[in-house]
Write a protein that binds this ligand. Structure first.
Ligand code: PLP
Length: 453
């Protein structure tokens, strides 16, 4: 199976997740050369090794340039020096103001390009806890070869997030509000992919963070930030606001590709399954608690399965057994060796609701601008990181504060500094379809609206 097949399929036929057979290594000289290269140039060097035979380098460069032309900052993902060894990597300058634009804008082009070349069409299905949906709709709207259906948990996303999904009026994009949680939405998407006839009829493709190409596209900015801070001579740590484990897994891949990563800090809100796992070795689901950082209100982190594959020494049978135990009993236990491998690179910190608001306030006092609650969770975890002397830590700022006006009001007693394009969007008309938390009902709604058959 090649890169493009995995790109178009999303989830593997057996319910598992795709990973490359091996990790490409970049030379130290190449990484050193990134220090004065643009984001776009670094993206081509980092990503092309994953798709060598399927996408010519020149074609990738064209798609990369198009994908990032819609970002409002010329550096695409600017790095701000906060002092005391802390850095803030602003991933929110894309059209929907969250880091998911970075991967989605490229993914949409890679997919459309592959489909058009093959003379095929696809139906894209995704679940969102808030940010993925808008990013997908924005990236795919109006494209000829794809229809997009996004499921979101009714009442659990912010107004701005919902409107980013429901205001585009293009005939090929659809938003379904599900009477349930994000995990329910994710289970429905998994259910549709596991329904072989439905999957074949609709030519289903996935763009959730389980799609390998999305994780891949996020590797770029780890290299961009670390090269600015002196890699490969200098090791760098990252604090990553984590939900589905896609963004931080991209950091793991960067490390496998030769980037000197001192630590990857898993930053979670009170939905802290990953932080608990790192301490106890037991991965055990709990109830989802609604927080101010809804994009991290998750109990099952899909991409954690990819890390399991790695720390078990790529033992597919073991991963299948662990995932089976999770489905049956809601928990599994990792062994000592697996935990040792995980703790060698990963740390984890939980930041509760009061601390999140406190960090938002302290950040503005110290640095003069508002931050969003997800980025605040990242900052809180970065502050707790214990690192060797001289190792800088980069907090991934995953969303713009304008997406979370309630948290901004609670922290700052003020309106968020909202970009003009968002204010205009809030005035536009919404279009959405409410659906029950039921596989058949959702499949019927999609069959009815898709242009495919
Ligand atoms: C999606 C999202 C996250 C979590 O990223 P994962 O890749 O799912 O771990 C964090 N912050 C924001 C703002 C997000 O949209």
């Amino acid at each position: 199976m090649g890169f493009e097949d995995a790109l178009l399929a999303g989830l593997a036929g057996d319910g598992g997740l795709y990973v490359p057979e091996s990790w490409p290594r970049l030379s130290e000289a190449m990484i050193a050369g990134f220090a004065d290269k643009s984001f776009q140039e670094i993206a081509v060097s980092v990503l092309h090794p994953f798709m060598s035979d399927d996408v010519p380098r020149d074609r990738l460069a064209e798609m990369v340039n198009e994908a990032y032309a819609c970002f409002e900052h010329e550096a695409v993902t600017p790095l701000t020096d906060l002092g005391d060894g802390h850095y803030f990597l602003e991933l929110y300058h894309g059209p929907t103001l969250a880091f998911k634009d970075v991967a989605m804008q490229l993914l949409a082009r890679l997919m459309d390009d592959a489909l058009v070349r093959r003379g095929e069409r696809a139906t894209i299905i995704g679940a969102t806890s808030g940010d993925t949906g808008g990013a997908a709709i924005e990236a795919f709207r109006g494209r000829e070869a794809v229809d997009v259906f996004i499921l979101f948990p009714d009442g659990r996303v912010s107004d701005v997030q919902r409107k980013q999904m429901t205001t585009p009026q293009d005939a090929n994009v659809h938003t379904l509000s599900v009477d349930g949680t994000f995990d329910d939405c994710q289970a429905l998407v998994k259910g549709m992919f596991n329904d072989a006839p439905f999957r074949a009829d609709m030519s289903l493709a996935g763009v959730n963070s389980i799609n390998w190409a999305r994780v891949m596209a996020q590797i770029t900015y780890y290299f961009v930030a670390a090269a600015k801070l002196g890699a490969p001579r200098q090791a760098v740590a990252f604090s990553v606001p984590t939900g589905n484990f896609g963004d931080i897994f991209a950091g793991y891949v960067a490390a496998q590709m030769g980037l000197p990563v001192a630590q990857l800090m898993i930053a979670t809100n009170v939905n802290d399954i990953l932080a608990r796992t790192l301490v106890s070795g037991v991965y055990e689901t709990d109830k989802v608690i609604a927080t101010q950082s809804p994009s991290m209100d998750i109990q099952v982190s899909s991409n954690f399965e990819r890390l399991l594959f790695e720390v078990t020494g790529r033992d597919a049978a073991r991963v299948r057994a662990l995932m089976g135990a999770l489905t049956q009993a809601g928990r599994f236990e990792m062994n000592d060796k697996e935990m040792q491998l995980m703790r060698a690179l990963f740390g984890a910190e939980r930041v509760d609701e009061a601390a999140t608001l406190d960090i938002m306030r302290r950040f503005r006092e110290a640095h003069g601008f508002q931050i969003d609650p997800h980025s605040a969770v990242g900052m809180g975890a970065a502050e707790k990181a214990v690192l060797p002397d001289g190792v800088p830590i980069v907090t991934l700022a995953t969303a713009h504060p304008a997406k979370f006006p309630k948290a901004v009001a609670a922290a700052y007693d003020a309106e968020p500094d909202t970009p003009r394009r968002v204010l205009d969007m809030l005035e536009e008309e919404e279009r959405l379809t409410p659906v029950a938390n039921d596989l058949v009902a959702v499949e019927n709604a999609i069959r009815e609206k898709a242009r495919l058959v």
